[in-house]
Design a protein around this ligand. Sequence first.
Ligand SMILES: Cc1cc2nc3c(=O)[nH]c(=O)nc-3n(C[C@H](O)[C@H](O)[C@H](O)COP(=O)(O)O)c2cc1C
Length: 210
Amino acid sequence: MKNIIDLLQWRYATKRMTGEKIPSKKINKILEAAHLAPSGIGLQPYEIIVISNPEIKKKILPIAMNQSQIVESSHLLVFAVWDEYTKERIDHVFDHLILKQNKQADSYRNQRNFAKTFFGNMSIEENFHHAAKQANIALGFAIVAAVSEGIDSTPMEGFDPMALDEFLKLSSKGLRSSMLLALGYRDQENDWNLRQEKVRKPFEEFVTFL
Ligand SMILES: Cc1cc2nc3c(=O)[nH]c(=O)nc-3n(C[C@H](O)[C@H](O)[C@H](O)COP(=O)(O)O)c2cc1C
């Protein structure tokens, strides 16, 4: 495998894609990487909706500022997060954990109660922001996994979340869209962003060693 830094230098926010299909094996690897991301108390308060249907992508185009990656991507991932950390959702996570680890029903009692109190003391909007922060870690994992498979991607917040939620009927599932990730292959001829130098703030402004 190539050096991780070389791989991350190779990636860039791809503005134009070719529309070529990504093999499902690679898509599944990218999704599995997101699935393996850590989250606060292991709650994974998010889901991913995978859109490859061109007709659906066409309908999302105007909701996402007509950004061409929406229709030129192979797959468009919608990161959809819990609109609220309900007690039922928290119980569901811990019940599943206990089942998978073959533990006693009252294992994790303290963590379960802590989660219910911690999130119950927040406003619903704070719940959403907390969930969106968790989802962004999974998004980062997906981007890095894509790079390792030679797949380009663009994280996108340039869309109208309320319109997308309505289009995808997310509120009926208690979800709200937080980010999009377009996955595909760079259009080498037409992507102006490919030839831009990658610029980051000076390293010494970024890191403090104590
Ligand atoms: C939270 C977030 C939102 C972004 N939204 C968009 C977007 O809507 N459209 C787009 O083309 N790029 C989007 N980007 C890509 C950034 O503009 C890009 O990552 C940044 O300029 C650094 O360039 P690089 O990724 O090519 O190194 C977004 C990136 C992040 C992390």
